[in-house]
Each structure stands twice: as structure tokens, then as C-alpha cells.
Design a protein around this ligand. Sequence first.
Ligand code: SAH
Ligand code: SF4
Length: 349
Amino acid sequence: MDLIDKLQTEGMLTEDEFCRLLWTEDGEIRAKLFMTAQQIAIENFGKRIFIRGLIEFTNYCWRDCFYCGLRCANKKIDRYRMPNEVILDCCRIGYEMGFRTFVLQGGEDHYYTDEVMGNIIRAIKHLYPDCAITLSLGERSYRSYKELFAAGADRYLLRHETADSLHYSRLHPPSYSLAVRQDCLYDLKSIGYQVGSGFMVGSPYQLTEYLAKDFEFLRKLAPAMIGIGPFIPNKNTPFRHQKAGSLELTLRCIAILRIMFPKANIPSTTALGTLHPEGRLHGILSGANVLMPNLSPVEVQEHYTLYDKIAGVDGSLSHNLELLSNQLAPHGYTMVVDRGDYVPEKTNQ
Ligand code: SAH
Ligand code: SF4
């Protein structure tokens, strides 16, 4: 039994085995890794790709994560908050184009109290009751998560970023804690959200063992969604001179995660598309089943700079969708009109 058979039957490997699989130069094993992951995705979802419309509604953030261009210490970006009408406009345009999930993402912005956020969620649900709302607003209290769930939010994305606490402390100011972030994820799960977590690949100071720890943590959390992407430097952060994560390593992580979590919704992220013009297609061919095109107006996209962007990855929605469907079509994949909810494994129910 090779490493991939073991991963598939046991859903887990040892730390040393994960490291070997992530770096193997054996072409046959590598090909089998990608092939197995792709096959599992097709068995579970067909060649149907779920689309989620990303709405980057605020770039204000009071946090100071070292890797991120929205950090409060960065005085070189123009900060914005989208008026509620603009958020609803993004939903309308997205709905007409076939989106049935809206992802509201932003920095941690105190302007968005539970009341303000709750009103936005209720307004979207009122107009589009057949759509799912995913929030990605960072760390909040249990009570706040509960209120937003009661207002109608269905899912929450909160990457744990790295499951090694020493590594976590090298990516964030000293007062931030991995344990607190992980507790948020368990809170979200207990409230009833479909929860997404994940990590950056190739972030500064990352060791391969840390990736093995990420897989282990995700095994414990058993999330409905797993978002990973390469670290990409931002010129206005302390990590401006650090190297970006690699496409190959990110794809191997996606393939491993697909084998470990056959039913999870795994996006092929924009950061992958930033590393390589066909990065998002490669993500799909490595087992991802979700794409998250940007519904934000083009004028605000340039200010939502988590990392340095390149032209053509986001941009106008219709252009972006056309580009993606042209990449997918030759491989037989299509984007579908569907909420794309998580359907857990029978054994997990
Ligand atoms: N404020 C929220 C959501 C916005 S940030 C939060 O932090 O959860 C969303 C994700 O962007 C983060 O979880 C992080 O993994 C990713 N990100 C931030 N800076 C990045 C960078 N320089 N390269 C790649 N991904 C980055
Ligand atoms: Fe703020 Fe999220 Fe960026 Fe951290 S990663 S600075 S919380 S937007």
C-alpha cells in the first residue's frame, strides 16, 4: 500500500508521511495524487463547479496581521465601506448571473456591529431567500456569531492560517492567539454554521511539518469548507520581501485535502489565479470544486489588497466568468446555478 492508498483508506497520514508526499519527486506518486483527488471530486460533485460571489464590502481593519495589506498599520491604502445599496446591487447582479451564494468578506471593522451586519443579512435574505450567505468577518464573540446566524447567515469562513502556535506568533502581533482563533471555529460549528477553515501555503517561516499539523487540525475540526491559497507578499507589509508560496505545493495540499475530505467544499482561490494564469483551473484539476469570482465593483477591487494583485485575475465579472468558463470547458467542467450546500458523509451524521 503506498502513501496515497493509505491516505484514502485511513483519511490520515503521520507527520513524516505527509512531508514525504508534499515533497516527493517520484513522478508516478505525484500523478497518482492528483488523479485520485480529481476522481474523488468527480465522484462527489460530477464536473459541476459551485460558484460563490465574493463581496469585499469593507477594507477597514483594526487588526495588524503581518502578511495582510489591510492591516491597520498600512496607511497607504484608501479605506472604503460599501454603502448597503451597493452591497445589494452586487447581489442583484450576481443573482442574475446565476450566483446562489454571496460571500460577505471584510477586514475586522468595528463599524459593523451585530445590528448593522444583521440588517444587511436580513435585507439580502429578504430579496434572495433561495441564496446562502457566507460571512468572512474574522474573530467575533460567540454571542455575535449567534446573532448573525439568527439573522440568516448560513456559513462562516475563518482560516486558522497555521496550526502551529509558534508559527502563528511569527505571523501576528503578540496578543493574537491560535487557541482563540480555533475556539472561534468550534463556536461557529456549535451554533450551526457550515464552517470553513484553511491556511496559507508558503507563508514566511512555514515548515513542512506545520502543513502536516494543519491537516491534523482540520481532521479534528471536520469543516464543511476548506480554503487554502499561496501566501503572496504585499508591498506595504513587513513581509514585502518574502517569497510567494509555490503553485505546486498549494496544488498538492488541495489534492491531499480532497482525499481526506471527499465531500468538503474546496475553492480554487483567487490567490492561485494570481500565481499562474491557469492557477484556478489547476486547482480544479487537483480536486477543488468551488470558484469564488469577485462581485465587488471594479473601482473598489483595487483597494481590497490583501496581497499585491496582478491585472486580469479579478476585474469585470462578465470578463472573469468568461475567462474561467473558457478554461474549464475543454476539461468538461461547467459552473452551475446551485447553492452548493455541504452534504456531510453519512458516517459523520
Ligand atoms: N479579516 C478576515 C477576512 C479577510 S482576510 C479574516 O482575517 O479572517 C481573508 C484571508 O486572506 C485571510 O484568512 C488570509 O488567509 C488571506 N490573506 C491575507 N493576506 C494574504 C497574503 N498576503 N497572501 C495570501 N493570502 C492572504
Ligand atoms: Fe485584517 Fe483579516 Fe487582513 Fe488580518 S487577515 S489584517 S484580520 S483583513
